[in-house]
Write a protein that binds this ligand. Structure first.
Ligand code: ANZ
Ligand code: ZN
Length: 841
């Protein structure tokens, strides 16, 4: 007997090698086909990928293979987000160069991807740390600089004294460094920024264009951009003895509460604080408070529940509508980063102001009464932030608060005390990093010429080799003399290079453009190709990149579009964010020790089992819990499929390939044929409409159960019993359909089975099966409808319609209804396939 074992360890490498030789995933321009650009977020080369990452790449691979079968010209590139802090820290620890470590990791991870059977056009591979790549990241910087969109300013940054680096806000968790748990300090540094705020409104408006993005991602971006409409209102400062009396401008979204202002607060960083403390008897108190507050983390300081602290300046400001003097305070919850850094405080209607007022015994004045209720300051336990009717608001009293807003703004405008104003939460993008392992910022400082950009033809500014990365408070590049000292490109005089490198989000902000011409040494990307292949048809990645990475990609694309380099406003047409795979209820991480290695699964069961399980684990957009036991189920299914096909292959392989004539099929065979086409329909719908690969797989499994039970029709011919050819044909058709349907999910085993059924590889060059609408049509029958035994109508229904539904339709029939009028239905009797008798009284 033939050895019938499912030898995944032999067939998987064989097919991987075959696809590679055949160039299945190489994109060659083919204008006769529709293009499909499938992009997976390029990974950071951490060293190993776990099954959570695998989900991302396997999902992408399913889409790629599916689209190949649908006849698209598919682009499926892969690369490495290869700069970044972890490699630098690890290199520091191990005493090696981050490049060595990074390329070692890349090799290991590439090997992993190959063994998962995920298909990429490796000729297009890019690595962000390759000088041929970062040369163009530097070019992007120069273009932004040219447009006035890259600028330098002093800024307070989150500083981790242990990692000696600036941290992004997201890297600060509860005031501690995300990586090492050291308390984070604030520090002022000269930094480079990209002016993404110039694009705030467009980034917001164009979210409307992104029909193929998950709603929740768009909501996150909208909130991050955080548009607020309101007014800037001027308050005159008194008591400081300054002539002319300065005005303090505050930004408010609630001009309707202006009559309720009982004090004003300034951010500790507000520039006027320096003036206010001159000759001020409270000077020492003020300065010590300011010092303390400035070292608190901004995020914590402004968090909703954070304790409200402040100090009185001894000075007052004048409310422009009431002319009343109210005290001026400095408070920790006022941020210089937002609005103007000055806040008109309305404790009755703003919770933070309320808490502050209660903490320092400041008055509370109600100016908006909710409908059907009367608030009194003495008994209020929290601010009332809702709409209502204006009270104590001069000429605006008795107006609904919503209507009062534009009226008060109009009034202020007339009196020149305020203007309508819009603010965004979005801040400019801080791109300077005091790190080694990144793209050097291509800027030179000359004593004579000032800031001079490195000329384009002098790119790349290469990272100099370093022997040992030491811990220091400044950028590692500052210590490399040969790097720092240079000549000014303008006057040839002595000059110094910028020593900071760029945020790695700049690298990943444009990589999808590079894939079209990855080896071009003359330009970052080929506009013509890019205009043909973008926007990306499908982008797949983790929801953790929903805000920053995707916002930066959108921003860079818009800038390039404005400069005429690309013709599209948005780089990504459809976005899919996959859920996490968790283990023992938690996210997989080395430190938790709950990492499942894809390689262990592959060794034991094969890559197809890994893929099948990951796809079967649940809807891909949802988080899912990993179960070692359930993996066995996937393996078992593939083994069954293997057994069945290989057992049948011999007799099915050589059957003639003639059209299956459905009317001539016996009942059982017709049922299998029908089930096959229903499955084809269901799988296509699951994939196309919802990406619910799990339910698609489940329905193929169901079909396979039927196939296993199927007994080909036996007919008696002259001398012997023979199996009916058409029933064997249907069996082959079902098995072939199963392999075609499962192919994008479990490609290796399907190629093998496809071949053993007598077909030529590759099955990814086969069209996807389409369903035969005739085959899934169900027959219809006519029923007689009687009312109290007399024929009153006829009903045409599908044969398999449920009893309840038949009865309902009988009652709804126009002819029948007349006879039911005013009567009570006491019983309905159904004689299957014949009649419905309605008994009325
Ligand atoms: C008075 C007021 C009354 C406010 C009221 C709110 C409710 P959003 O909506 O998030 O944009 N604000 C303004 N600048 C600030 C700063 N630099 N630091 C801290 N808070 C600041 O928030 C706008 C509101 O946040 C503004 O409207 C202001 O408080 C406060 F019943 O002004 B409001
Ligand atoms: Zn110069």
């Amino acid at each position: 007997m033939e050895d019938n074992k499912y030898k995944f360890w032999e067939i998987e490498p064989k097919w991987q090698e075959y696809w590679n030789r055949r160039g299945l995933f190489k994109m060659e321009e083919d204008s006769s086909k529709e293009k499909f650009y499938c992009l997976v977020m390029f990974p950071y080369p951490s060293g190993t990928l776990h099954v959570g990452h695998a989900r991302n790449y396997i999902l992408g691979d399913v889409v790629v293979r599916y689209k190949l079968m649908k006849g698209y010209n598919v682009l499926t590139p892969m690369g490495w987000d290869a700069f970044g802090l972890p490699a630098e820290n690890a290199a520091r620890k191990e005493g090696c160069h981050p490049a060595d470590l990074t390329y070692r990791n890349i090799a290991a991870m590439k090997n992993q991807l190959l063994h998962w059977g995920t298909g990429y056009d490796w000729d297009r591979e890019v690595a962000a740390c390759d000088p041929e790549y970062y040369k163009w990241t530097q070019w992007i910087f120069l273009k932004l600089y040219e447009r006035g969109l890259a600028y330098k300013k002093k800024a307070a940054v989150n500083w981790c004294p242990s990692c000696t680096t600036v941290l992004a806000n997201e890297q600060v968790i509860d005031g501690l460094c995300e990586r090492c748990d050291t308390p984070v300090k604030q520090k002022d540094l000269e930094q480079w920024f990209f002016k993404i705020t110039d694009y705030a409104q467009r980034l917001l408006d164009d979210l409307e264009l992104l029909k193929g993005w998950p709603e929740r991602v768009k909501v996150m971006q909208r909130n991050w951009i955080g548009k607020s409409e309101g007014a800037r209102i001027d308050f005159r400062l008194v008591g400081a003895g300054l002539k002319p009396a300065p005005t303090l401008t505050c930004f408010t979204t609630r001009p309707d509460t202006l009559f309720g202002v009982t004090f004003m607060v300034l951010a500790p960083e507000h520039p006027i604080v320096g003036t206010l403390v001159k000759d001020n008897p409270r000077r020492d108190d003020i300065l010590s408070f300011v010092e303390k507050a400035r070292n608190e983390n901004l995020i914590q300081r402004s968090a909703a529940g954070a304790p409200k602290e402040g100090v009185f300046t001894g000075l007052h400001v004048i409310n422009p509508v009431t002319n009343e003097e109210v005290p001026l305070w400095i408070a920790n919850y006022a941020l210089m980063e937002y609005g103007t850094g000055a806040v008109m405080a309305v404790p009755a209607h703003d919770q933070r102001d309320f808490e502050f007022a209660r903490a320092y015994n400041l008055p509370v004045r109600v100016v908006i009464q909710p409908e059907g209720e009367t608030l009194r300051p003495e008994t209020m336990r929290e601010a009332y932030a809702g709409d209502g009717i204006q009270v104590n608001s001069g000429p605006f009293s008795a107006l609904p608060s919503r209507e009062a807003i534009p009226k008060i703004i109009e009034h202020l405008k007339e009196k020149k005390l305020g203007v309508p104003s819009t603010h965004y939460r979005l801040r400019d993008w801080l791109i300077s990093r005091q790190r080694y392992w990144g793209a050097p910022i291509p800027i030179i400082y000359c004593n004579a010429c000032g800031i001079v950009p490195v000329p384009e033809k002098a790119l790349p500014v290469l990272l100099p080799p370093v022997k040992k990365l030491r811990h220091s408070s400044q950028s590692p590049l500052a210590e490399v003399e040969e790097f720092v000292h240079t000549r000014c490109p303008r006057c040839q005089g002595e000059a110094r290079r910028e020593v900071d490198t760029m945020d790695t989000f700049v690298d990943s902000g444009w990589y999808y453009l590079r894939y079209l011409s990855p080896r071009d040494s003359h330009r970052p990307f080929d506009s013509e190709l890019v205009n043909r292949w973008l926007p990306v048809d499908q982008y797949i990645g983790g929801v953790e990149h929903a805000i920053l990475h995707l916002l930066y990609c959108r921003f860079i694309t818009k800038v390039l579009c404005d400069m005429g380099y690309v013709k599209f406003q948005e780089p990504i047409k459809n976005l899919f964010t996959q859920g996490m795979i968790i283990k023992d209820g938690a996210k997989m991480s080395k430190s938790r020790g709950n990492v499942v290695s894809p390689e262990d699964i592959i060794k034991k069961y094969g890559a197809d089992t890994l893929r099948l399980y990951i796809l079967f684990i649940g809807p891909p957009e949802k988080d899912a819990e990993w179960s070692d036991r359930a993996v066995v189920g996937s393996s078992r299914f593939l083994n069954r499929l293997w057994q069945k096909v290989t057992e049948e292959a011999e007799r099915l392989r050589n059957l003639p390939r003639i059209k299956i004539e459905t009317p001539q099929l016996s009942e059982g065979t017709r049922q299998l044929y029908r089930a096959t086409h229903l499955t084809i329909k269901k799988v296509s719908e699951d994939i196309e409409t919802s990406w619910h690969f799990n339910t698609a797989i489940a329905s193929v499994m169901e079909l396979f159960n039927q196939v296993e039970k199927f007994k080909p029709t036996v007919s008696v011919s002259e001398a012997s019993l023979t199996e009916d050819i058409s029933s064997l044909q249907v069996l082959r058709h079902s098995l072939e359909s199963i392999t075609l349907l499962l192919a994008p999910f479990v490609p290796h085993i399907c190629e093998e089975l496809w071949q053993s059924l007598g077909n030529k590889p590759s099955l990814f060059e086969q069209p996807r099966p389409t369903y035969d609408p005739e085959a899934i049509k169900v027959g219809e029958i006519e029923l007689v409808v009687q009312v109290n035994g007399r024929v009153r109508g006829h009903l045409v229904v599908p044969v398999d319609l449920q009893e309840e539904e038949i009865k309902a339709r009988a009652l709804e029939d126009e002819n029948v209804k007349k006879f039911l009028d005013g009567k009570k239905v006491v019983n309905i009797i159904l004689v299957p396939r014949k009649l419905v008798n309605i008994v009325v009284r």
